[in-house]
Design a protein around this ligand. Structure first.
Ligand code: SF4
Ligand code: MG
Length: 320
């Protein structure tokens, strides 16, 4: 059985200008020990998908349709209390900016001990020992000393490691990481990705990694979902996506990856921008930016075509 099965998820937001749909009929699954990357430009619905799974949406959000089966339990049907018990215990999340997730008024030690005492019922002493062990595991030197420090006393890279240590404290079955390395420099970024890979091996954790960086995807993903304007437009194994991309948007994302070995590399961003969610686009949502668009793209939304059992593409070009 899959660890996670998201089926036909729809997430709406009520705004002053009316209701907008940020996630449109998204379905995917995740196996044990698998790393799935969700990619796309900022605003494409990746973070909202993650927050929908975690039950952390803003007040004005609604999920009118879909299910999120976590080991067979539909998270969307759980009470806020039951969801809180799962969050930080069986499912953890790492955010882009650790300062928003770490509490500035408590020491690192306090914040590491708390979930262990709450969810794992460890004594304060035991939780402290486990906290030190976790800091060592994520490569933080002088772990004993760090336990007594406050978040602002640590560098950005160190804070991100503390967040990962906190996220792993209760050996979660699922770790959702939203752009965890975006704010970090390249060296620290590579170290954190290595660390996530190691931890996955050790604990068999399933990981959903949200990123707009195809370099990160190449580094860490087993499978890839490409999102555009709230929809999954291509899905496949990392190899399928990198060696045989089918959707024009995916091709554009890959073309924008600089080849760092090439001294004259050039960044080629995809021209245009994501549609405003209030904008009504008939047919394919990528049409205004697509250089391959044909007449059919204007009229009807493209269906999902199967390239292989693991590779799907939502584009009319698959028809021919
Ligand atoms: Fe481009 Fe048409 Fe494919 Fe959309 S369906 S990506 S507009 S070719
Ligand atoms: Mg985001």
């Amino acid at each position: 059985m899959s660890v996670l099965q998201v089926q036909d998820l729809v997430t709406n937001f009520k705004t002053a200008k009316g209701t907008v749909t940020a996630v449109q009929h998204v379905s995917f699954s995740l196996e044990r020990g698998e790393t799935l990357c969700i990619v796309g430009e900022s605003g494409c619905g990746k973070s909202i998908t993650a927050l929908s799974i975690m039950g952390l949406l803003a007040q004005n959000a609604q999920i009118p349709n879909g299910s999120v089966l976590f080991n067979g339990t539909d998270l969307l049907k759980l009470s806020a209390d039951d969801m809180r018990k799962i969050r930080g215990n069986e499912i953890s999340m790492i955010f882009q900016e650790p300062m928003t997730a770490l509490n500035p008024v408590f020491t690192v030690g306090f914040q590491l001990r708390e979930p262990l005492m709450l969810h794992q019922r460890l004594s304060k002493r035991e939780a402290h020992e486990k906290g030190i062990e976790l800091l060592k595991k994520v490569g933080i030197p002088a772990a004993e000393k760090r336990m007594n420090q406050y978040p602002h006393e640590l560098s950005g890279g160190m804070r991100q490691r503390v967040m990962i240590a906190m996220a792993l404290a209760c050996n979660p079955k699922l770790l959702i990481a939203d752009e965890p390395t975006t704010a970090l420099d390249v060296t620290i970024q590579a170290q954190i990705l290595d660390l996530l890979n190691d931890l996955k091996q050790e604990f068999d954790t399933s990981i959903i990694m949200i990123t707009h960086d195809m370099g990160v995807v190449a580094e860490i993903a087993d499978r890839v979902i490409v999102m555009y304007a709230g929809q999954i437009i291509e899905q496949g194994t990392t190899e399928e996506i990198f060696t045989n991309p089918q959707h024009p948007y995916t091709k554009g994302l890959l073309a924008s990856v600089p080849n760092v070995d090439d001294e004259e590399f050039e960044l080629k961003p995809i021209p245009g921008s994501l549609p405003n969610l209030h904008e009504k686009i008939t047919g394919c949502k990528f049409r205004p930016r697509c250089t391959y668009a044909v007449e059919a793209c204007k009229v009807n939304e493209p269906p999902v075509y199967e390239q292989s059992q693991s590779h799907t593409v939502k584009c009319w070009l698959q028809e021919v």
